[in-house]
Design a protein around this ligand. Structure first.
Ligand code: ATP
Length: 463
């Protein structure tokens, strides 16, 4: 990749260095972020596996979100509901009747499309956007995966893989209120898998059939919903700044009449400018009392909140939802962090580096420890230093190859700090710390390393 950039003329550098999905996909595989599911069998579309660096990155994004939503909001608690839920849940929620995408097929090239994503003129003319052939009529296609629970496969054990995590929160809302004495307004946060039988899965992990969501449902008094909606829009926007994302690549999109989901009174998406264009990253939705009222009707259980501080007033709360895709956010973090840059001018491949500029709290490896030489006791000292740092940080150890090459490998993994052990280290117990973004090197005492790194992480600003 760096070589490709290098071989182009200087005037084309900007273009050659553009982030593309191909570059992201190839780096993700090469460095063990994401692998194709069941690759040795030719791959399974709509599913991806997260490798050693990928799982670290995904977990860190999840923790960042979790801290933001629960630890930093004293009225939000967590939940982990089961993926398999009573099938009536999905009748009540409207998913059985309404969770559909409009589907069309091309009679000529046999490709399948989501009608709402085809150009309106082409759709009206029933003309395939790929080959110009004739399209079929639009039919509705339910996105829920069905399976069977129990030994008999006669339909009596029909069960769905949840298409969103939200319903697990709604059906537990009274349990949470009662067990944790929650007072409105309050929120319940959850991270977990969701499944959708997507018609078109493309763009790597952007749209998949199995993915993870990070959702928070905020319960408010009817009438307070619009203020809460505006509050959560602000909060969710600010989150991306904290995550170190380029804010110029984010924008709001308000759902118009035709776009609003069956449960929503108002909805805004935060969109990110991915290499393939502006796409939804997360949604902030005013779901009103739709879900709880439906569950009340279908379960025949009283789901009203009793407001003990206001004469035991009873009402079904309104809900403001913030719903983000974890795996989609990981794709955004990868795209946003990716850069190819010229770091020297010697006219060879080493002039270039590919670097992932992750926020240090997201980086899969925080510190790499590199002995300048394997011999003369440097490797032993380096292993000791690594051991010392491992209690506080995710570390890596690399003694193979020239030091410049090792820095490049860590840049590509997004490692913010490299600690190099040299001959002086043995004498004066100091090391060189090289920072990923500035490539600046500082001499730091081994005993001060943890504090030094922690301070750097705290003071981190996107370059
Ligand atoms: P779309 O219109 O793109 O199908 P949606 O509006 O149905 O998405 P929501 O139901 O609001 O999406 O889901 C909330 C979030 O979950 C989305 O903003 C996205 O980040 C994530 N998400 C939804 N579907 C998928 C998918 N198939 N793969 C990966 N992430 C997804």
């Amino acid at each position: 990749m760096a070589q490709a950039a290098n071989s182009s003329s200087t005037s084309n550098d900007a273009d050659a260095n553009k982030v593309t999905m191909d570059k992201i996909t190839s780096l993700a595989k090469r460095r063990g972020f994401v692998f194709q599911s069941s690759e040795i069998y030719g791959g399974q579309s709509g599913a991806w596996d997260y490798g050693p660096l990928g799982i670290e990155l995904k977990n860190r994004i999840q923790r960042f979100w979790w801290k933001e939503m629960t630890q930093l909001h004293d009225n939000i608690v967590g939940l982990d509901a089961a993926i398999l839920m009573h099938p009536r849940v999905w009748e009540a929620s409207g998913h059985v009747a309404n969770f559909t995408d409009p589907l069309v097929d091309c009679k000529k090239c046999k490709q399948r499309f989501r009608a709402d994503l085809i150009d309106e003129v082409k759709l009206a003319a029933k003309q395939c956007p790929e080959c110009g052939g004739e399209l079929t009529d639009t039919r509705k296609f339910n996105l829920m995966f069905k399976t069977n629970i129990g030994p008999v496969d006669d339909g009596s054990g029909l069960i769905y893989l949840r298409p969103e995590t939200a319903q697990g929160i709604y059906v537990n809302y009274k349990n949470v209120v009662q067990s944790n004495r929650m007072k409105i307004p309050f929120g319940i946060a959850q991270v977990g898998k969701a499944f959708r039988n997507e018609i078109v899965t493309k763009n790597f992990i952007f749209r998949t059939c199995e993915f993870e969501q990070m959702e928070m449902q905020y319960f408010v008094k009817p009438g307070d919903d619009e203020a809460a909606f505006n509050y959560w829009r602000e909060q969710r926007w600010a989150y991306y700044d904290k995550l170190g994302i380029n804010m110029e690549k984010l924008r709001w999109h308000q759902h118009g009449e035709g776009e609003l989901a069956h449960y929503a009174k108002d909805a805004y998406d935060i969109e990110y400018e991915f290499p393939m264009g502006w796409k939804e990253l997360e949604g902030v939705h005013n779901r009103t009392d739709f879900d709880l009222k439906r569950h009340q009707e279908y379960s025949t259980k009283d789901l009203q909140y009793i407001d003990q501080e206001n004469n035991n007033d009873r009402y079904v709360p309104y809900i403001v939802e913030t719903s983000a895709g974890l795996t989609r956010q990981m794709l955004m973090v990868l795209c946003d962090a990716y850069a190819e840059e010229k770091v020297a001018d010697k006219g060879n491949d080493d002039d270039w580096r590919t670097v992932l500029r992750f926020h240090p709290e997201l980086a899969p490896i925080t510190v790499a420890v590199l002995p300048l030489m394997k011999k003369d006791g440097l490797a032993e000292l380096a292993r000791e230093v690594r051991q010392q740092l491992a209690a506080d940080f995710a570390t890596d150890y690399d003694q193979a190859g020239a030091i410049g090459r090792r820095y490049r490998r860590q840049d590509e993994a997004g490692t913010p700090f490299c600690v190099t052990i040299d001959y002086d280290s043995k004498e004066d117990q100091t090391v060189t710390v090289r920072e990923r973004d500035s490539m600046e090197q500082s001499r730091v005492a081994i005993k001060d390393l943890e504090t030094w790194i922690r301070q750097k992480i705290k003071a981190y600003k996107r370059p």
